[in-house]
Ligand binder design. Sequence first.
Ligand code: SF4
Length: 620
Amino acid sequence: MTLYQTYFREKILPRVQKPARYLGNEINAVSKRHEECSMKVVLAFPDLYEIGMSHLGLKILYHIINAVPRWAAERVFMPGSDLAEILRAEDFPLCSLETVTPLGQFDIVGFTLQYELSYTTVLHMLALADIPLLAAERGEKEPLVVAGGPGAFNPEPLAPFFDFVLLGDAEEALPEVLRLLEANGDLPRRRRLELLAGVRGVYVPAFYREERDESGVYLGTKPVNPQFPPTVKRAVVADLDKAPYPTAFIVPYSDIVHDRMVLELFRGCTRGCRFCQAGVIYRPVRERKKETLLALARNMVRNTGYEEMALSSLSTGDYSAVTELVNELGVELAKEGVSLSLPSLRLDSFSGELAREVQRLRKSGLTFAPEAGTQRLRDVINKNITEEDLLVAVKEAFAAGWTSVKLYFMLGLPTETDEDLHGIADLAKRVLQAFKEAGGQGRPRVTVSVSVFVPKAHTPFQWHGQLPKAGILRRQQLLRQALRLPGVHFQWHGAETSLLEAAIARGGRELVPVLMRAAELGCRLDSWDEYFRFDLWQQAFAENGLDLAACAEKSFAEADPLPWDHLDSGVSKRYLLREYRRALRGETTADCREGCLGCGMALLLAEEDDKGVCTGANLD
Ligand code: SF4
């Protein structure tokens, strides 16, 4: 045992709550002798164990890296406040779970950026690990700190904290990065970063600088010299069916948010909802074959002993062989006492047959996402579902024995009126009526969950500012009144967390000192109510001459350079603008599986010779 291991396990662990978070020897955890490894990577999730352990991306990377005998991947999550206090007080560095190795002793510290409210936690984890926050201040021997995940598509508020950023699918790009670093480990840090900048999907923020005119107006982010490309293109795994996928999920000792097996059916979605960033950055649709999925599922059951398996994707009902897969898988898993759950089902891909099949296995909660209360607004956001779709789906579900349904909506959408909000209440009433018409037994329960629309980078709504706080609160009050209905339960999201999310989601490097100051003031784990301090955030913005609300509400003109223009998702800015204009005219756009719409993805794939992944028949 190393000194760190001994001290941590004997002197620190006995003093913290939930020690099971920090044991690192759960079933299927992989622990290697570092002296036998050429590359050591610690996968860092900037939130608590219970959240991070549910993240599929982390499981995929853990599997890919550890599948190579000479490479080691370990995990680290944000410690609970009690352990963080002890680490600071005793000047003990934050360590990985598996071998209790200080993060500073790894070759790479890899953060996933899943939501903006986790960004200050990244800074806290670096500070607890005693790794300089700024990449420019890290020494030759210190790890390279990398970011990935959806936040990588606008990492600018965090740019100087990362040595490099990986855009897109990591299954092929990350091993390429590790092989390159393995082969060039003795080169100076800057030279290694220059080589990495040549890998598809790798963005080195230090090699790009913001340009502003004499009055400080942002003109764009440009490479510091022509050696680096003006735009960094996303890495895409063309054939997901051949991509490595984990089947030996780590089985935690303590409860986590999603404590089950997860089978990713396909990646991408081309339904084209205009608020949805995932629908852009994970394009195009790439499916795993049914046979591949059945084989993966069998191995997962064998390796984990879990009793539930979730079929995961952005829109599971859109999987081309969904009913056959659920039937076959359902039968096989039932023999093992394993149930299936289908987390994300679109209304128009929900069927009675599917409902009964899932119902036969296990009665799980049913959620649908109409997103908007009227057809007019659903057309604006291009949700492409009708009230009829909703009523048919819930009637099928009620007839199949469900008594409760959860409906997701957003408020503050572009062009939204009070009539649209009253439309949400009308829909809830019609769903209750549908329960009666379907001969539902017992008391129906309709949960209406309304989040606040947050405009995101790389979406058609990236130009559109967020609704001011007063407007959010007024509309939430309107809904509270309108949804005072028996059998209806109203849930809403905090206006302040949504404002902060919006301010960061479309911010640039002007937010770097704001995040540093917020972290200094103690902001961390901002997605947890008990930790979130809006006042400290407002202070951090104000001390840097910025207004949080103004940052969230700002709209961009169509011709404005955007802080993420130098990061290419594959979908062209021109296509997104066309979709934005169609939204404001209330025009819908079909799913491109019905015919290519020229979003630009095919061009990006063609450069990598990945023709045929999407039709791309009508290149923009
Ligand atoms: S290039 Fe065409 S087919 Fe491919 S994702 Fe874009 S719109 Fe769809």
